[in-house]
Design a protein. Structure first.
Length: 377
């Protein structure tokens, strides 16, 4: 009997015999367990239950370099371009420049093994390229149950947060900032995925948590629609359905972070670090008016009954939200020329402003009589 199986040959059925190569580990890793592998077009990076990290030429198997600095085994690794980040049982995160094969900085804060890592790029910066550290966000997850967010910036860039360390490499001088700690898990964080501003963590506490790792600066809530507005350092305002968690709208118009929000059933007001003051219609979330602040940054705002009060370093102003025009009130002239307006509030016909005058905190209380209101725009 002919046992030959008939087959139909297609262009994709014939596959060349795959090439195969084998090469040994370095002496330092020879007796250890490999914990992490990272593969690029040219490199194979190997971490183990050893303080040493090996970098091999993928095509030749030649050891290109070894990274030493951790005090004990490395159990987490993330890499983009020439930026390598590693986490260890010594509870530290270390950042490496693969071009120079040297450590850029050590990030401290965790109390137990760093078990997972992610790298992202802060909004507003370019992509992470070869040797490009500046603006990079690093997220680390640990057996201590915390996830930490760090940012690497060019020295003197003035990014908020606590400075961790300053170091110099071939890319120049870099400041490392601890931005914040993501708390919520009650047991060790074992897995992590990071994509843009979203970080997903999985824990031995049997929960998965989704985090927004770009700092939210402001919130406002509409109890009628059950909508929440958030302003962020990515220069946008997002509208959320608090019942479903769905992002309904992303409002664009600011060029810098959105630090102040005021929301009513009719209007959403957003103030940015760009001195922009925007009024949105909450029925459509379309931009209604852009208020001219004369280049002055808005430090505080409040709205009530179709009116908006704003404070800047120059004083206090009152606006008609429907028309976007200034309401001229005689008493407000006394609140001009202050050093700063710290807080404002508006309730019916009473406006209160906390201002700095002559180096002292002063409270200005104005009664907005109906004739002043009618006195017009």
């Amino acid at each position: 009997m002919d046992n030959t199986l008939a087959s139909t040959t297609t262009p994709h059925a014939l596959v060349d015999q795959p090439s195969h190569r084998s090469f040994p580990s370095s002496l330092e890793l020879k007796t250890h367990i490999a914990t992490c592998l990272h593969l690029s077009n040219t490199r194979l990076i190997v971490a183990a239950d050893s303080p040493t990290i090996d970098v091999y030429d993928l095509h030749t198997g030649q050891l290109q370099g070894q990274l030493n600095g951790h005090a004990s085994g490395v159990w987490a690794l993330a890499c983009k371009g020439d930026v390598l980040v590693t986490g260890s049982t010594d509870a530290t995160v270390r950042v490496w420049d693969l071009k120079e094969m040297k450590e850029i900085c050590t990030l401290r804060g965790h109390t137990l093994t760093v078990r997972c890592l992610g790298i992202s790029q802060a909004p507003g910066n370019g992509g992470v390229g070869e040797g490009d550290l500046f603006g990079t966000l690093i997220v680390s997850g640990s057996r201590d149950g915390d996830a930490r967010v760090w940012q690497l910036t060019e020295a003197g860039a003035g990014v908020g947060g606590d400075s961790v360390s300053t170091t110099t490499s071939d890319i120049g001088q870099a400041d490392v900032r601890s931005l914040y700690v993501l708390k919520g898990h009650t047991r060790a964080i074992r897995a992590m995925e990071v994509d843009g501003r979203i970080c997903i963590t999985g824990s031995y506490d049997s929960t998965i948590r989704v985090w927004d790792i770009v700092k939210v600066y402001s919130l406002a809530y509409d109890p009628q629609r059950k909508h929440c507005a958030s302003g962020s350092m990515d220069n946008t305002v997002k509208i959320w359905d608090v019942r479903t968690g769905e992002c309904l709208h992303t409002l664009r118009g600011h060029t810098k972070l959105v630090g102040l929000l005021e929301m009513s059933s009719e209007y959403l007001v957003s103030a940015g670090a760009d001195s922009g003051l925007l009024i949105w219609d909450t029925s459509t979330y379309k931009l209604g008016h852009t208020l001219d602040m004369g280049g002055a940054a808005v430090t505080c705002l409040a709205q009530d009954d179709g009116r908006l009060v704003t404070g800047t370093q120059d004083g206090v102003s009152l606006w008609d939200l429907k028309t976007g025009k200034t309401i001229h009130v005689a008493g407000l002239t006394e609140v001009q020329g202050v050093q700063s307006a710290w807080q404002v509030t508006l309730n019916g016909e009473v406006l209160v402003a906390a201002v700095s005058r002559g180096g002292e905190l002063v409270f200005e209380v104005l009664n907005l009589h109906s004739e002043w209101w009618a006195g017009g725009v």
